[in-house]
Design a protein around this ligand. Structure first.
Ligand SMILES: Cc1cc2nc3c(=O)[nH]c(=O)nc-3n(C[C@H](O)[C@H](O)[C@H](O)COP(=O)(O)OP(=O)(O)OC[C@H]3O[C@@H](n4cnc5c(N)ncnc54)[C@H](O)[C@@H]3O)c2cc1C
Length: 314
């Protein structure tokens, strides 16, 4: 099984460092995180202490300014040992993208240092109950009121919402203009009228809270607008290509651990053979999926004009 694309010496060295951090600090916690479904603050702290929550942030704003492939390698390594934990840096980048793409230099200077250090975790809020793949159907609005914007509505499926202190939010500012009536804002968790609802009960990745967030006459200063009014969305492609690596890697690690931990049992030999075949089949399928997804993701990163990660604020 090959990587499909050659990594540089720097990428390989970086991968070794991340692998050690994962083996030392994250892998031993993975089963407990999944069982309790609690957000792993200790893992977030480890990632922050090692500068990994600001890996994607440009150096002039306090981050490491790493390339996207380096970021994907980090996510892939974390996902190998704990799917829930891998969502932490993924969403940190996802929430940062509208700021990177549309915030002014002054706004970036103001908000990025806390994101880069991991003091702020930041979520991205677009979908609603009836507006998932089609964000133009969203109903949450922002209305200008003097030197403030007032937001009303509810967003669904927001990863990390209960752990984050900052949020980038897409809302309608001119409701009858469809895709050309949506704007992006930066919202703080302690802004008046903002609240996080209960976490969804998911089938997996349980240590990554996914919640509704509510805007109830949520009043934010006018200078929280990102870019121009009504230019927040020109089409949304997808969350992040690195995400495609998450599931196969976690499954691959899980299948391997399962195979290693299997105890000999007193069973008819035919049953044992059948079970062994099932494990082998599952492991092989997971390996193929992981390799396929990795190649696809890396092809994207090597493409000089990659498809947009989040086509907001264009
Ligand atoms: C665990 C989890 C975490 C998430 N975290 C975040 C987050 O942090 N931030 C965030 O912004 N969003 C997040 N999301 C939301 C995610 O972006 C949406 O789920 C996604 O946009 C799809 O919307 P939907 O779930 O409403 O599905 P729908 O839009 O209802 O789509 C359902 C199915 O129909 C298909 N479909 C839809 N429209 C068409 C069409 N026109 N033609 C053909 N097929 C179509 C889709 O491909 C899909 O298979 C999260 C979702 C999950 C499940």
């Amino acid at each position: 099984m090959t990587d499909g694309f050659q990594l540089t010496e720097e990428h390989l060295a970086f991968r070794e460092v991340i692998r050690e951090i994962c083996a030392d600090k994250i892998a031993p916690r993975a089963a407990e995180i999944d069982e309790t479904g609690e957000f792993p603050w200790d893992v977030a702290r480890t990632l922050a202490d090692n500068g990994l929550l600001g890996l994607h942030v440009p150096e002039q704003y306090g981050g490491a300014g790493a390339d996207t492939l380096t970021f994907a390698i980090m996510v892939e390594e974390i996902a190998r040992v704990c799917a829930s934990s891998s969502v932490i840096p993924l969403v940190q980048k996802l929430g940062s993208m509208p700021l990177l793409m549309a915030a002014s230099d002054e706004q970036k200077q103001r908000w990025f240092p806390a994101i880069a250090s991991g003091e702020d975790l930041i979520s991205y809020c677009s979908p609603e109950a009836d507006a998932g793949s089609d964000p133009t159907a969203m109903r949450t609005t922002a209305v200008r009121d003097g030197d403030a914007w007032v937001l009303n509505g509810t967003k669904t499926w927001i990863s990390m919402a209960s752990a984050s202190s900052a949020f980038t939010v897409l809302v309608k500012t001119t409701p009858d203009k469809g895709a050309r009536g949506i704007s992006a804002f930066y919202v703080r968790g302690d802004d008046p009228g903002f609240s996080v609802g209960k976490a969804e009960d998911k089938l997996g990745i349980k240590g990554s809270p996914t919640c509704q967030v509510h805007f109830d006459d949520c009043r934010i200063p006018a200078d929280r607008l990102l870019g121009e009014v009504d230019r927040g969305l020109l089409g949304r492609a997808r969350l992040d290509p690195a995400q495609v690596l998450l599931w196969p890697q976690a499954r691959r690690a899980g299948a391997k651990a399962q195979a290693e931990q299997r105890q000999p049992v007193e069973e008819p030999v035919e049953d044992q053979v059948e079970q062994a075949q099932r494990y082998a089949h599952d492991l092989a399928r997971s390996l193929v999926e992981a390799d396929y997804c990795r190649s696809g993701a890396r092809a994207d990163f090597w493409n000089p004009q990659p498809r947009a990660i989040v086509n907001t604020c264009g």
